[in-house]
Design a binder for this molecule. Sequence first.
Ligand SMILES: [Zn+2]
Length: 67
Amino acid sequence: MTTRKVLRCGTVFPGCNFVSHGETDAEVLAKIAEHAKNAHEMAHISSALRTRMMAQMESEGGEKGKH
Ligand SMILES: [Zn+2]
């Protein structure tokens, strides 16, 4: 039932290998915002940047179990 979301930071910050996973778009965005603050010194995610991130959001396959 649960479709996990994934967002690759490299799609927004080229060269970055960080990947954010979450149950919802909001969770993924929250994680990548925290990462961006620490790794990219972006204290605030602008609405334009958020829109770009949302456009890059992907769904993970619905495999059972956890890795
Ligand atoms: Zn990054």
